[in-house]
Design a protein around this ligand. Structure first.
Ligand code: ADP
Ligand code: SF4
Length: 672
């Protein structure tokens, strides 16, 4: 059923797998990377492959977010190359034509930012206002959108998007009561606020003239947004009124943090409760998203008439070959997205995306990496890998694919290293997929041996005498107060101090309820999940951080607001701008004054130290040849970084180990 073709207006998708628009971080300045990434999805069997948000005109300049552009004729060449690469695999190519409206900043172009009303733009920290569009401006915008649609057709796209989603589009800003305060024909009642959306849809259909399909990407609800659309009122009415106008409905929820909710805060299919109604009010095909990775679930969505096309962004990043694996019945080989949003975080930095599960994403053109194959080894070697965490497992999996023999040993009773430990923390269960996928793949090889409960020593390494030894022994949390804002250890005297390692090993705390301070000088997820865990164990918790915001870096993974909500619902007290002082006291980072805080146990979530003793014994003291360290053992970081390190090391096998693997750079040259 998932491989039935679906008619979308004048074009036909070869199957129901739809890779919806998502940011790749390549943007208009690195088109080759984006082209190769999307071509890989087409090769992996996605029936439709969409571009990311593509700015239609220069007054929608979203730099430094690396969007695509179709501002003028010069942009057509790169898009045409992309279309060709997608169609070469029999997939349809879609383009998300977009105007950022009150999300644009126009820093590059210096043009005024456009919006329905004179209001600050939708980034409160940025000192720019949007200028209320006159009727002439509106006509100009419609003209620009038509021009972009014509260029997209010239590039060869099959599906043209009209984008009114995620609070990232001028059309959403006209639709919303929050941002549209006009009193003319484009403001006031919903009918008026919808006028521009309808006009642009009609314009695009006119330009397409029955040759290309026109899709409407629309957020039916804006949960948590004051004056936002809801699927129970205006969100639904928009779909009812425009029901038969577009050739395809691509529906989701807004803003981006709602649409790309992490697994910590949402289940597979979490958007269906909002989008389910769409199929009941239109006869046009509907695509929806919700971090779908289960084939059975996908089938049930179609049989129950909830969706026609299975939309995926993150699952298609984690496994570009998800459709072909389902087709071949290789369900256990699917690299399921873990819902961690490392991919999303890279957009905030304006760089090509990374993925915890798929180390090859973004590297298709740059390093020529394919997610499902690696070049065969010319010289088969005997590898010993010490440590079966994400780095060791990924290194083993990839080496085995190349044909090497691998012995993998871990001191723990089960493989997985930190993902086994961390996935037992509140909300992180899906992260265990990092381990399970790799173990599953490793087990398919006869030249693999896995030894658990096996803590290796230097003598073991010498005795084993591998051709190459990879040390992936991980890292440990520090208990001396060193963290991102403090590089000198603290004298903590007789205070009861523990770390996440103690809590994850379950040995640290008394059964009776105590007051714990969780001190976050790491600023990603760990302190917040530890705080949740302590509450679940019955303790009273105060979360303290020297920065001005809670779990600061989770802003990049779109989780920060939800973490604060969770803290509030669990009664976790929040103390920001409070740094750990030299004597273990807490001082305001603003005034320097000591903050009185009585607690029984201090949980330090700061820096980590590599567990690299074995490496130093083997490589430095004993000078064994061909010994390497990877992952957290070399440089404590994210799980994604450990997986990438394991993969990169294995890809380099047989070549020069000492140099970092070189990669191609997109050519940007001076004009003559
Ligand atoms: P990474 O993220 O770099 O993969 P992890 O901390 O997740 O690191 O995994 C490291 C693994 O190494 C852990 O499972 C740990 O049990 C194992 N380990 C550490 N020292 C040894 C050793 N001497 N012998 C075998 N396994 C070890
Ligand atoms: Fe999924 Fe995480 Fe990969 Fe993003 S980075 S696709 S959320 S596994």
């Amino acid at each position: 059923m998932l491989f039935e073709s679906v008619k979308i207006g004048p074009v036909t998708a070869p199957n129901r797998f739809y890779a919806v628009p998502h940011a790749t971080g390549h943007g208009w300045s690195q088109p080759d990377g984006a082209i190769a990434l999307r071509a890989m999805k087409a090769e992996g069997g996605w029936g439709v492959v969409a571009s990311q948000m593509t700015e239609i005109a220069a007054d929608s300049d979203l730099a430094s977010h690396p969007m695509d552009r179709i501002w003028d004729e010069r942009d057509i060449t790169a898009h045409a190359k992309q279309v060709e690469a997608i169609k070469a695999h029999g997939s349809l190519a879609a383009i998300e034509l977009a105007h950022g409206g009150m999300r644009a900043r126009n820093y590059t172009t210096g043009l005024p930012v456009r919006g329905p009303s004179h209001l600050p733009i939708l980034r409160p920290e940025v000192p720019i206002q949007a200028s209320e569009m006159s009727l002439a401006d509106i006509a100009e915008f419609r003209h620009a959108h038509k021009g972009a649609a014509r260029r997209a057709i010239e590039a060869g796209f099959d599906i043209l998007y009209v984008y009114a989603a995620h609070d990232l589009s001028l059309l959403s800003h006209f639709l919303s009561r929050r941002t549209n305060q006009r009193s003319d024909a484009y403001g006031g009642a919903l009918k008026n606020r919808m006028r521009l959306l309808r006009e642009v849809l009609e314009d695009t259909l006119e330009v397409a003239a029955g040759r290309q399909a026109v899709a409407l990407r629309f957020s039916v609800a804006e949960p948590g947004q004051r004056l936002g659309l809801s699927h129970k009122d205006e969100g639904r009415e928009v779909v009812e009124i425009l029901a038969e106008l577009p050739d395809l409905w691509d529906v989701n929820i807004s803003g981006w943090s709602q649409d790309s909710a992490t697994s910590r805060f949402s289940e597979e299919g979490f958007q269906l409760e909002f989008t389910d109604f769409v199929k009941t009010v239109t006869s046009k095909p509907v695509v929806g998203v919700g971090r779908f990775t289960s084939a059975d679930f996908m089938v049930s969505l179609v049989t129950q008439g909830r969706l026609d096309l299975i939309g995926c962004a993150r699952p298609s990043i984690a496994d570009p070959f998800l459709p072909s694996k389902i087709k071949q019945g290789h369900l256990d080989e699917i690299r399921e997205c873990i819902g961690c949003n490392i991919c999303v975080s890279m957009d905030g930095y304006g760089v090509p995306l990374r993925c915890t599960q798929n180390p090859t994403i973004g590297e298709e053109w740059r390093r020529g990496w394919h997610p499902e194959s690696v070049p065969a080894a010319t010289d088969v070697k005997n590898y010993l890998i010490v440590g079966a965490g994400p780095a060791g497992l990924e290194c083993a999996r990839t080496l085995l694919m190349t044909g090497h023999k691998v012995t993998l040993a871990d001191a723990a009773e089960q493989a997985g290293g930190r993902v086994s430990r961390e996935s037992a923390l509140p909300g992180l269960q899906s992260w265990v997929r990092v381990r399970d996928y790799r173990l599953q793949m490793i087990r398919q090889h006869n030249n693999a041996e896995l030894y658990l409960s096996s803590r290796l020593t230097l003598e073991d390494l010498v005795e084993f005498d591998a051709d190459s030894t990879v040390i992936a022994t991980g890292s440990s949390w520090r208990d001396d107060g060193v963290g991102s804002t403090r590089f000198q250890p603290v004298d903590l005297g007789s205070r009861a101090v523990i770390t996440p390692d103690n809590i994850m090993s379950g040995t640290a705390l008394p059964d009776d309820s105590i007051h714990c301070v969780v001190y976050d000088d790491d600023h990603f997820y760990m302190a917040s999940v530890i705080a949740e865990k302590l509450v679940a164990l019955g303790h009273r918790v105060t979360y303290v951080t020297p920065l001005a915001s809670v779990s600061s870096w989770t802003d990049f993974t779109l989780e920060q607001g939800r973490i604060i909500d969770r803290f509030n619902s669990l009664g976790i007290v929040i103390e920001v701008n409070a740094g750990l002082g030299d004597g273990g006291e807490f001082n305001s980072t603003l005034t320097g004054k000591t903050i009185p805080l009585d607690y029984e146990t201090l949980v330090l979530v700061g820096a980590r130290l590599p567990d690299d003793k074995l490496y130093h014994q083997a490589a430095v003291e004993k000078k064994l040849s061909s010994v390497f360290r990877i992952g957290d053992c070399l440089s404590p970081g994210t799980i994604q970084a450990a997986v990438l390190a394991g993969h990169t090391h294995a890809r380099q096998s047989g070549s020069n180990f000492t140099k970092p693997l070189s990669f191609r750079r997109q050519g940007i040259y001076c004009s003559e």
